[in-house]
Structures are given as C-alpha cells and as structure tokens.
Design a protein around this ligand. Structure first.
Ligand SMILES: NC(=O)C1=CN([C@@H]2O[C@H](COP(=O)(O)OP(=O)(O)OC[C@H]3O[C@@H](n4cnc5c(N)ncnc54)[C@H](O)[C@@H]3O)[C@@H](O)[C@H]2O)C=CC1
Ligand SMILES: Nc1nc(O)c(N)c(N[C@@H]2O[C@H](COP(=O)(O)O)[C@@H](O)[C@H]2O)n1
Length: 222
C-alpha cells in the first residue's frame, strides 16, 4: 500500500484548537491541491476522532477531477476509510452517504451491535486487531479489495500510529500563518511519541501557497 499523509498545521504544529474544533488552516489554493491529492488516490483515511470532531465528507469537490477518474475507469470519488476501533462512527455521519464506498476499520473490541448498525448504514466493516485497529492487517485487507494507495488526512493519533508502524511513504504539511497554541491541542503526530530519534524525512519541495507554505517530504527508508 502506498501511504501519503497530508495535513495542515499552524506554525506551532497544531492540527486544530484546544477544543479540537475544526479550524480552516488551508486557503483556497491548498484546498484545491488537497482535492487533487484525494483524486489521485484509491482511498482517503481519517481516524474516528476526526469523524467525531469534523464530520468530514472526504470526497472530491471538483467535477473535472471526478470526470478524469471516471474516464480512467475508477469511481468518481476515492473510497473513504475510518480507523475506528470500537465502531463509534455515528450512523448519520457524512462519510456514510452514498457518494463513495466507505470502509470502517474496527478491532475485536467493537460491539456486534455497532458493526451491524454500521453495515446497515452502508459501510463495509473490516475487523483487524484486538483492542485497537491493527493498521498493517487492515491495510492488507484493503489491498485485497483493490485499494493500492491511501491518502491519510489525520488526525494526530492515526498519523503517529502509521509513522510508528513504518507505513508512511510521503508526508505533505501545509503550514498556515497562524498560531493556535494549547498543550492539549492535537498536533501532526500525537500518540505515545518516539523515544528514539523518530522518523527521518527527506525534504522534496517547498512551495508558497495562499499565505502559507507547503512542505513535501519522502520518508527515509533505512
Ligand atoms: N488540520 C488538519 O489537516 C486536520 C485536523 N484534524 C483535527 O484533528 C483532531 C482529531 O485528531 P485526533 O483526536 O488525533 O483523532 P484521530 O482522527 O487520529 O482518531 C484517533 C482515534 O482513531 C482510533 N484508532 C483506531 N485505530 C487506531 C490506531 N491504530 N492508531 C490510532 N488511532 C486509532 C482510536 O479510536 C483513536 O482514538 C480534530 O480536532 C480534527 O479537527 C484532523 C484531520 C486533519
Ligand atoms: N488540508 C486541510 N486543511 C485544513 O485547514 C483542514 N482543516 C483540513 N481538515 C481535514 O479535511 C477534512 C474535511 O474534509 P471535507 O471538506 O469535509 O471533505 C477534515 O475532516 C480534516 O481531515 N485539511
């Protein structure tokens, strides 16, 4: 699976404010790029923390991008994927509408009634892991269903897990010109954090977009 992480942060590295409310960090140019990256991938993934905070749709807004996908024999929108160990995704979440296929990755800890409710709402539920979703196992299952590339939009818990598991190939961070602050505000990579030197990145490109900077990296493979 090719894994591209894309997120927007404040200058102090926060994904949103201390209330974990959605903050519009990207400007129009960056959001247009985000939709091009969505369109280039087979699936777009977020954690359930992001679903509960933002209720995202995760589709491609630009009709010409959807038309290009159709012309390539692909569905107009990439599949939507939620990492959701206990099946907490609300059944009226926007990602469960019929605009695209939706996979909910759960663990063995997800109650059967939540799995039934999500399937009734149209999701394909993939069970992987004991207490928490095993992302390597879940991604193998997605690959067997034809998903060869995934764009991960966040949040910080899921992004850290992917770095920890050595599963990230590329990282793009849009740094908006604002400071959000807050020791409890989510950052690009939260979780437990590394105790060694962390994941090494190789800077590929720096680009000014809107009033911010897009930083594009490849993950250094040892
Ligand atoms: N500025 C940006 O680009 C973005 C900002 N956000 C913001 O991030 C915040 C949400 O981020 P987080 O609270 O970090 O939640 P998250 O979206 O990373 O979801 C974390 C949850 O995912 C589930 N999960 C299942 N398997 C997991 C695994 N293997 N590893 C980690 N988590 C796993 C757990 O229930 C965990 O609590 C919101 O405030 C949202 O607005 C989210 C996406 C992009
Ligand atoms: N790239 C980017 N810039 C920002 O400023 C953001 N707040 C986000 N948030 C992510 O986009 C999702 C919303 O997607 P829809 O517009 O509903 O399709 C949100 O859930 C975050 O993952 N991203």
């Amino acid at each position: 699976m090719h894994v591209v992480v894309n997120a927007a942060t404040s200058v102090d590295g926060k994904l949103s404010n201390r209330r974990r409310e959605q903050v519009r960090i990207s400007g129009e140019e960056d959001f247009a790029r985000v939709h091009r990256v969505r369109a280039a991938n087979d699936a777009v993934l977020v954690g359930v923390g992001t679903v509960l905070a933002d209720d995202p749709h995760l589709t491609v807004d630009d009709e010409s991008l959807r038309a290009n996908r159709r012309a390539d024999g692909r569905p107009p929108n990439p599949a939507r994927v939620v990492a959701d160990s206990r099946g907490r995704t609300p059944t009226d979440a926007r990602i469960l509408d019929d605009a695209a296929a939706t996979y909910v990755l759960v663990s063995d800890a997800a109650p059967e009634r939540r799995i039934d409710a999500l399937e009734s709402a149209g999701a394909t539920v993939v069970v992987a892991g004991d207490e928490r979703v095993s992302l390597p196992e879940a991604f193998r299952s997605l690959e067997s269903r034809g998903v060869a590339s995934v764009m991960v939009e966040g949040g910080g818990e899921v992004i850290f897990s992917l770095f920890e598991a050595g599963m990230v190939d590329e990282l793009s961070v849009y740094v908006g010109s604002l400071v959000l602050g807050g020791r409890d505000a989510p950052t690009l990579a939260d979780g437990e954090g590394f105790t060694d030197d962390g994941t090494a990145l190789s800077l590929r490109e720096v680009e000014r977009l809107d009033d911010g900077v897009l930083l594009s990296y490849d993950v250094v493979r040892e």
